[in-house]
Design a protein around this ligand. Structure first.
Ligand code: B3K
Ligand code: ZN
Length: 893
């Protein structure tokens, strides 16, 4: 906790570091109740800096034991140290700084810096955790070559790891041992890592394209040894893929991954020593869902890809975070698309964007992909920086094409290897390699808010000309009242009676030869533009924003029959899915309108017929059918309604449940037949051929849960017979949601009794209960916080129970009496000092008060209560104060 009003850091204030640290030697003496860190830094004045005056090194929570400058203790008046660091007067041009500090990893509950998790020492340094380990120039543009010596008790900590290659190992006196690690690649302090523990490992090898033989090791607790294979296979796939798609090879002799139970996020890309949340690396059929297996594969790949996009080429400052995160998310998304289903991956990513990122962009914490200021950088690991940042990179890929994009990325890596650079450098490499100007495109990095495209069309039967007029505008966001037009790739097709039509723009000569001329990317850059297609034999249905070609909202006045046409016949998988979702949104609108008018809703026959068609045995891809049958999530609907002026969460929930039940009733027979057509596989495997049918069966089960015994009987059988977590959880959810109280409690207790020894399964059990739609949902979550399975110190448990409740159980979180807000506020208050990063992140649902007009007062009241607490962490302070700052709803539309 720092000053009462923590200060903002601004991009405009960036100055190069005064000193550089080409070499860093660290020596850790690890003990149970304290740790000594001896650091020897070789400092030299940075020729690129003209700053003079005292040199400040960052340091927090360090107890300074020794300080030497070139081997001598400096005069007391020439240096000082406070809660934020160490200051040296008139430093020599080049000198050696030795410090010894004492730290207390056992007391570190914030999980930043060096801490203990289940008896194992581990670190998390991004973004600014290294300053909790040693005095340092803890900023990413100071890159150093590290040598790390670790001493610890040999029996309790047989495994001692750090970055790079291990160069020596020997026994010391008193049962201790010493290991030395050298990392030849200069790196910023945020990529430093250390692990010490009693760990087992699975081992494999990988030979790089250039012939380097790399030892791959995944370290886990002995009991989890069998759960590392999937991550290992994923790692090898990722290594090969990065060679093939990007020409990037691995550069050390070892690549280590360590699984840690208490971790603030998913994983961390430390050079040569990735540290993973157990939930993102361990996988086996009994403890991991299908989605979980896919998540492990994607995160292992993401962290591996950072070795180039992040580590070899890193960020100059934290404002450039999307330079590594946006690019790496794009890379991992393409990896997942190449290995699995491209359409499904795109649907998933678009859904995340449209619900959570659009909401962020429309809320009080809206910020550009490259923010201009922050109070606490940890609050800026956001969907905007990651996901929208990845969409910006994807748009570049769309505009430049695969070859042009690859040329740009090759140039970027070649030009900046070993450097700390900016988003401008990335764009410059892309532009230079393609001999093009991306100056206007770059606005995407500086402008917050979701652009809105409005499309109108006109058809001239006589000339066969079809004109699309597209308007773009981006709404105001906090601190950014006016917006400039953006460069937006709008991918589209035009659908006629016999399929997708050939496209010729006015002024072009029709290209009869080109096979793929039914697809087109229009490049928008003006507030309003028109495009005329010629030679069309009929009025087409426009298939717009194919592949979700830009992170924008798009509106076109589709008629339902047109949506139905797109849904069945467009060539683009994303458009087919999206049209289905729009049809469902329209049907939900009917239900809400009928309810509001006090009349009985009726099921849209067009939708019922479309869903029945998806359940038909002739539908080729069960995974796609499942995605298309899934109703838009409540968060998606709330976001849509909020954009249109304000959401009535209860009405949305009621309409969605009504539609689910209506479809369940209308399609009961086909749903049951579909369940029977896709029985569980003989032996579970997390492969596409099984995941698709499983997901379709469980989607059907979700609808059948509204059919009383029909659903319950199927769910009971599935729970009894399942050999995997996906099927068990799907069945358990039906029983817990649709069964009577006895059935619910028996099923939940039985599940806990069977799986209480598996922390990751227990997390699912907590999450499932947190998201049940039961009148006492708030009380259930409150009671579970007292359950032996819950632990406020473990971020996974907090996210599974409290995060899932506030983020996904909307009607109950927004309960009229404010109990849901009180629950969340209480947890944030309890975590504020203990783990500020998690506390601040949990607050997200409460920041969206503007979207729920009838709850504004209650939500703001809880935020105000938090704002008034003494000793608010900068993390929580920033979220709370920015959320409360703007009183007026933002202009919409
Ligand atoms: N770079 C880390 C995230 C660090 C978060 C610090 N609060 C994981 C990743 O994006 O790969
Ligand atoms: Zn990342």
């Amino acid at each position: 906790m720092r000053d009462a009003q923590p200060r903002s850091i601004r991009l405009a204030d960036y100055r190069p570091p005064m000193f550089l640290i080409p070499r860093t030697a660290l020596h850790f003496e690890l003990y149970e109740d304290f740790t000594l860190v001896h650091a020897t830094l070789g400092l030299v004045r940075n020729p690129a800096s003209d700053e003079r005056g005292p040199l400040r090194l960052a340091g927090e929570g360090l107890e300074l034991r020794e300080l030497l400058i070139d081997g001598e203790a400096p005069v007391a008046s020439r240096w000082r140290c406070d809660a934020e660091g160490l200051e040296l007067d008139d430093p020599p041009e080049a000198f050696e700084l030795c410090t010894t500090v004492r730290i207390d990893p056992r007391a570190n509950t914030a999980l930043e810096g060096l801490y203990l998790s289940r008896g194992m020492f581990c670190t998390q340094c991004e973004a600014e955790g290294f300053r909790r380990i040693s005095y340092f120039l803890d900023r990413p543009d100071v890159m150093s070559v590290y040598s790390v010596t670790i001493d610890a008790d040999r029996r309790r900590y047989p495994v001692l790891l750090s970055n790079g290659n291990r160069t020596s190992q020997r026994a010391l006196d008193d049962g201790r041992h010493r290991v030395v690690w050298e990392d030849p690649f200069p790196k910023p302090s945020y990529l430093f890592a250390l692990v010490a523990g009693d760990l087992a490992c699975i081992e494999d090898r990988f030979r790089t394209r250039g012939g380097r033989d790399v030892a791959l090791r995944i370290y886990v607790e002995e009991k989890d040894l069998a759960k590392g294979d999937h991550a290992m296979a994923s790692l090898k796939h990722a290594m090969r893929w990065d060679e093939e798609r990007y020409g990037r090879e691995y550069d050390l002799d070892v690549f280590n991954i360590v699984a840690v139970d208490d971790f603030n996020m998913g994983a961390m890309e430390n050079k040569g020593l990735n540290i993973f949340n157990t939930s993102c690396v361990l996988a086996c059929p009994a403890t991991t869902t299908d989605a979980g297996f896919q998540r492990v594969e994607a995160i292992v790949a993401h962290e591996y890809f950072h070795n180039w996009s992040g580590n070899r080429v890193t960020c100059r400052d934290w404002f450039q975070l999307s330079l590594k995160e946006g690019f790496t998310v794009f890379r991992d998304a393409e990896f997942s698309a190449d290995l699995g289903s491209r359409d499904l991956k795109r649907i998933e990513d678009a859904t995340l964007l449209r619900t959570a990122q659009f909401a962020e962009d429309a809320g009080p914490l809206a910020h550009p992909v490259r923010p201009d200021s922050y109070i606490e950088i940890n609050n800026f690991y956001t969907l905007t920086v990651y996901e929208k940042g990845a969409e910006v990179v994807r748009m570049l890929h769309t505009l430049l094409g695969e070859e042009g994009f690859r040329a740009g990325s090759d140039l970027y890596f070649e030009r900046h290897d070993g450097q700390a650079v900016t988003c401008d450098d990335f764009i410059a490499a892309m532009a230079d390699a393609n001999d093009t100007d991306l100056g206007t495109f770059k606005r995407w990095y500086g402008q917050a808010g979701t652009p809105e495209l409005t499309v109108e069309d006109a058809w001239d039967k006589d000339s066969g000309a079809y004109t699309l007029t597209v308007r773009q505008q981006t709404p105001a966001t906090p601190g950014q009242p006016g917006k400039a037009p953006l460069v937006i790739p709008l991918a589209l097709g035009l659908l006629g009676d016999a399929g997708n039509l050939r496209l010729t723009l006015e002024g072009e000569t029709p290209d009869g030869e080109q096979a793929d001329n039914t697809h087109r990317v229009l490049v928008l850059e003006e507030p309003e533009q028109s495009f005329t297609f010629t030679g069309l034999p009929e009025r087409p249905v426009p298939a717009l924003l194919r592949g979700f070609s830009a992170p924008v909202r798009l509106s076109y006045p589709y008629r339902r029959e047109q949506l139905r046409t797109l849904m069945t016949r467009d060539d683009d998988g994303f458009v087919r899915w999206d049209a289905g979702q729009q049809l469902m949104v329209a049907a939900l609108g009917d239900v809400q309108a009928a309810r509001a008018a006090g009349t009985t809703p009726a099921l849209d026959p067009l939708l019922a017929e479309a869903c029945a068609a998806l359940l038909d045995p002739a539908t080729p891809d069960p995974a796609v059918a499942a995605a298309m049958l899934a109703l838009p999530g409540e968060s998606t609907l709330v976001e849509l309604a909020a954009h249109a002026g304000g959401a009535d969460i209860d009405a949305i929930h009621d309409a969605r449940e009504w539609l689910r039940a209506a479809l369940g009733e209308a399609l009961e027979d086909v749903l049951v037949r579909c369940v029977r057509r896709h029985p569980p596989a003989a032996a579970y495997a997390p492969v596409g051929e099984q995941i698709g049918p499983r997901s379709l069966r469980n989607t059907c089960l979700g609808y059948l849960a509204t059919r009383g015994d029909t659903g319950l009987v199927l769910a009971r059988a599935q729970l009894a017979e399942a050999d995997n977590l996906t099927d068990r959880l799907a069945a358990l959810r039906v029983l817990a949601q649709a069964g009577d109280a006895t059935e619910r409690e028996t099923a939940l207790e039985g599940f806990y009794a069977a799986w209480q020894h598996e922390a990751l399964v227990v997390n699912h059990w907590l999450q499932l209960q947190a998201t049940l739609d039961l009148p006492d949902a708030v009380e259930r979550v409150t009671a579970l916080m007292e359950h032996p399975a819950f632990d406020l110190g473990n971020p996974n448990k907090v996210r599974s129970l409290v995060g899932a409740f506030a983020g996904a159980n909307l009607v109950h979180f927004h309960r009229a009496d404010g109990a849901g807000y009180g629950l969340l506020g209480g947890v944030v208050e309890a975590l504020n000092a203990r783990n500020p990063q998690i506390a601040a992140r949990l607050l997200t649902p409460l920041t969206k008060w503007r979207t729920v007009p009838v709850r504004v007062e209650a939500m703001r009241a809880e935020l105000s209560r938090l704002a008034a607490l003494p000793a608010l962490s900068p993390d929580v302070y920033e979220v709370v104060s920015k959320s409360l700052e703007s009183q007026e709803p933002q202009p919409v539309g």
